[in-house]
Design a protein around this ligand. Structure first.
Ligand code: IPM
Ligand code: MG
Length: 365
């Protein structure tokens, strides 16, 4: 199989984690007889520096012309003072909207090798953590009107939160379909005790429920959900929620699995061309020091193979190789056990060594 992959290294640790993910993809291509061609795309702060904007039209076109897009991370201190509409993050939002990827899938699953890295009590961890957050990605407050103006001599900032019924319905269907393939439990998360958009959200979810009688739908207010994720994460199978709630809850969910550095995500719309990225940011404080964890990005590449290219065996090969690297005790700093007794069985490695180990595991399998 030949695939054209647009690759966005981005800022901060982006380039170093992407480098490892590309080595992993190349190892898979060689082993399974595929060819992956990589086209580099500038987005984020580096694009602002070179082109004066976070995602020039020509760069977006490159992504739209590809079979899928792999992204490292964007943003950093350096661009904090640029005007809001030119921030590195706006490049990412423009890309998501341009690709029409409304459905963002973020798994929260504990790797047994990393159970002790979870900040939760082991008695909670032992009940199991394995759920998915389905986050609406191109609507809501991120895409409403943003304005800052002076009213009666005072500065006023407004961010509009709007959802249409059809936007809610299409993400709702993804939630139900996802639950259908798993344990058939869907939790719709909103703030319907305060927000109109959430009330509409809840109504649409209940209307859809009639079409998915095999799936059990429950509702949860977002503040309660934030609490339940740390109190009893085993209760969740699939969570479906709006853009900003999904952003916040997915960081929380990643943390209870040990490290945000381990979590990949997929973003898909109606075509097979998806956007794949780790859920963490560009971490400028550790950039260029070879200490970042490349696993989130490597697993995002595996998701690309599975969901956009239907290459299940190949995706399994990557996920198994990650498991083996962990089994062998290799740990980047973010997942290194604090406990000295446990740490004795592990080896602290950098980004490059972790990538090399995963590649080696793929070759040897
Ligand atoms: C994420 C990130 C982005 C978001 C930022 C970088 C715009 O936090 O993918 O979760 O808020 O969607
Ligand atoms: Mg986020």
């Amino acid at each position: 199989m030949h695939k054209q992959i647009a690759v966005i290294p981005g800022d901060g640790i982006g380039p170093e984690i992407i480098r490892q993910a590309l080595l992993v993809l190349s190892a898979v291509a060689e082993k399974f007889g595929h060819s992956f061609a990589f086209t580099e795309v500038d987005m984020g702060g580096c694009a602002i520096d070179t082109w004066g904007e976070p995602l020039p039209e020509a760069m977006l076109e490159k992504c739209l012309a590809s079979d899928s897009v792999l992204l490292g991370a964007v943003g950093g201190e350096k661009w904090n003072s640029v005007p809001g509409h030119l921030r590195p993050e706006k490049g990412l939002l423009k890309l998501r909207a341009g690709m029409g990827v409304y459905s963002n899938n973020r798994p929260a699953k504990i790797w047994p090798q990393l159970a002790s890295a979870s900040p939760l009590k082991q008695s909670i961890v032992n009940q199991g953590i394995d759920f998915i957050i389905v986050r609406e990605l191109i609507g809501g407050i991120y895409f409403g009107e943003h304005k800052t103006e002076t009213v009666d001599g005072e500065t006023v900032a407004v961010d509009e939160l709007m959802y249409t019924e059809s936007e809610i319905e299409r993400i709702g269907r993804i939630g139900f379909e996802t639950a259908r393939k798993r344990n058939k439990k869907l939790c719709s998360v909103e703030k319907s005790n305060v927000l109109d958009s959430s009330l509409l959200w809840k109504q649409v979810m209940h209307r859809l429920a009639a079409e998915y009688p095999d799936v059990t739908l429950t509702d949860m207010l977002v503040d309660n959900c934030a609490m339940q994720i740390v109190k009893n994460p085993a209760q969740f199978d699939v969570i479906v929620t709006e853009n900003m709630f999904g952003d916040i809850l997915s960081d929380e969910a990643s943390m209870i699995t040990g490290s945000i550095g381990m979590i990949p995500s997929s973003s898909l719309g109606d075509s097979s061309c998806g956007l794949y990225e780790p859920i963490h940011g560009s971490a400028p404080d550790i950039a260029g020091r070879d200490i970042a964890n490349p696993i989130g990005t490597v697993l995002a590449a595996a998701m690309m193979l599975r969901f956009s290219f239907n290459l299940d065996k190949e995706a399994d090969a990557i996920e198994n190789a990650v498991g083996q690297a962990l089994d062998k005790g290799y740990r980047t700093a973010d997942i290194m056990p604090q406990d000295t007794k446990e740490a004795a069985d592990c080896q602290l490695v950098g980004c490059k060594k972790m990538g090399e180990t995963i590649v080696q595991m793929i070759k040897e399998a």
